[in-house]
Ligand binder design. Structure first.
Ligand SMILES: [Zn+2]
Length: 291
């Protein structure tokens, strides 16, 4: 029974949320409900699984962590990109007449919605692979990205812990081009459901197994290594949704004979509060162990 839950939970919840989105859109429920209802149900199921079959009992978050991560999730992960998107829509379409730009005709709107969403996932993941890799390998970007790597344990809500500068750079690649190209709302909605539910799963403390899907998807088994304290282990598995780009560029890492050990940054006293983490990137070397 546990075997079925371990191998079934990830594909059932990810595909079920995407399928729910398509059905709700087709039933005329509107973009808002069709997007957030499957994301809410999907994320609640993942959180429930964390209690039922945790990967590490010691990764259970404290109340303080839940409050901090909820603040990051609401302000940086949800509201900040919405604010940026509103700014882009206002500037590009209302101020600069973006609907007449040649780029606005590039997107294949006539394709079936799921196919357009798959294309969006492939393009986003290809570009974000390099941003993510650069954010680990180039110190000025790492300072901002280090905020995301600061937790000492992984659980569902960690997905939202990003510095707004890091999140803004991601927005430039995963949202801005698609808004300018006028990608239909149904495609953006389906993409978002997949992005959100997979993101929650990736960071979750659920003892799921992906099997052969570990060669296609960037799920929790691969992503745990990405949060290792040791850079030789964490400078791997950069894929946001898919692992194919890591595979292609030689950064996929999933040892079969051991489990990940310590997570987080070398500086075990790196600040964890919301406001302190806003300022943390402006202190050089703060992520490093005290010398
Ligand atoms: Zn990273």
């Amino acid at each position: 029974m546990k075997w079925i839950a371990q191998y079934g939970a990830y594909p059932v919840i990810v595909l079920g949320s995407a399928w729910g989105n398509v059905c709700l859109m087709e039933a005329g429920m509107g973009v808002l409900l069709s997007t957030y209802l499957p994301v809410t149900i999907g994320s609640l199921l993942i959180i429930w699984l964390e209690w039922q079959m945790p990967y590490r009992a010691s990764w259970k978050p404290s109340t303080k962590e839940v409050i901090e991560d909820s603040a990051f999730l609401a302000l940086v992960h949800v509201l900040w990109p919405k604010f940026l998107a509103m700014g882009v829509v206002y500037l590009v379409f209302d101020t600069w007449n973006g609907r007449d730009w040649p780029v606005a005709r590039w997107w294949p709107r006539e394709w079936p919605v799921p196919l357009q969403a798959v294309m969006m996932v492939l393009i986003v993941d290809g570009s974000r692979y390099w941003l993510h890799r650069l954010s680990h390998e180039w110190e000025p970007l790492w300072r901002f990205h280090a905020v995301h790597h600061s937790p000492h344990r992984l659980y569902t809500l960690n997905v939202g812990r990003f510095h707004p500068v890091d999140k803004g750079l991601q927005f430039l690649l995963d949202s801005f081009p698609f808004l300018v190209m006028g990608v239909p709302p149904a495609v953006l909605s389906l993409y978002f459901v997949f992005y959100a539910v997979n993101g929650f799963f990736q960071h979750s403390n659920v003892d799921v197994k992906l099997g052969w899907l570990n060669y296609l998807m960037s799920g929790p088994e691969l992503h745990r290594w990405h949060h290792s304290m040791w850079s030789r282990e964490s400078n791997t598995n950069y894929g946001n949704h898919l692992i194919i780009w890591d595979w292609l560029f030689g950064t996929r890492y999933l040892p079969a004979d051991r489990e990940v050990e310590t997570l987080g940054l070398l500086n075990r006293q790196y600040p964890s509060g919301f406001l302190q983490q806003m300022a943390a990137p402006f202190h050089a070397g703060l992520d490093q162990a005290a010398r």
